[in-house]
Design a protein around this ligand. Structure first.
Ligand SMILES: [Mn+2]
Length: 238
């Protein structure tokens, strides 16, 4: 069942299997149609009534380079001598792949939320989530940026795991080098499909191994900003 779908931030969220805690306070009712539970299965989801302001979280493992291209969302320009290269590489991702490679994969970006969003209250006991990225031959820099943005800007206690579902990519950099890169992040898991399945079956493959209470499906070329997760999880339980 599709709980939330937003075209600006490509995201879809579903409840994963049974959320079996039931709190004494506010109780909301969620109707599910997950493969595991079958269509129309109903669950009661409880939560405490205590709330907090959406967390303004943005952590990085390493200090950020202030002068890096595109740092803080500064406009980035292709130098004259790189214009041909940048044009030739456009088709690798149907965007400016050259420029994306110049921009740090864990850069800071401005907090562009309206005040009403940053002041929003969410429950203290939000469910955990598995973030699932499905991809076929995704560009290296954008795939990494997607993962870093989730790791850097999600409350750690809510992020159960990140599942990368490789829908039978052909690019070599997505094999060994991706395994090696991601091995430093204990929360990141890679699932390899043995033949091309298509987006929906790839998502189901991710869902099948996910252990979080809510499944969050993101495009593999996104940049999650500060406060992206809690309001989405809040919508799922309320
Ligand atoms: Mn997309």
């Amino acid at each position: 069942v599709l709980i939330a779908c937003n075209t600006l931030l490509p995201v879809a969220m579903v409840m994963n299997s049974a959320l079996n805690q039931s709190g004494p306070d506010t109780v909301s009712h969620v109707t599910l149609a997950t493969p595991k539970l079958g269509k129309g299965t109903s669950l009661t989801v409880g939560h405490k009534s205590s709330v907090h302001r959406v967390m303004s979280l943005d952590v990085t493992q390493y200090p950020r380079d202030f002068s890096a291209v595109g740092q803080f969302g500064q406009p980035a320009v292709v130098p004259k001598e790189k214009e041909l290269e940048s044009r030739n590489r456009w088709d690798e991702g149907h965007f400016n792949v050259y420029l994306s490679e110049q921009i740090p994969v864990d850069r800071a970006i401005p907090d562009t939320r309206p005040d009403a969003c940053s002041g929003k209250l969410v429950h203290d006991d939000l469910p955990t989530t598995s973030v699932i990225f499905c991809f076929v031959d995704e560009v290296w820099s954008t795939l990494l940026r997607s993962v870093h943005s989730v790791l850097n800007r999600s409350p750690p206690q809510l992020l159960k795991e990140i599942i990368l579902v490789d829908d039978f990519s052909s690019k070599d950099y997505l094999k060994e080098p991706l395994e090696k890169y991601m091995s430093r992040f204990p929360k990141v898991r890679i699932v390899r499909l043995k033949e091309r399945q298509g987006l929906i079956r790839a998502r189901l493959a991710g869902a099948a191994v996910a252990t979080g209470e809510v499944l969050t499906f993101l495009d593999s070329h996104v940049e999650c900003n500060i406060g992206w997760l809690e309001p989405l999880l809040q919508r799922v339980i309320c």
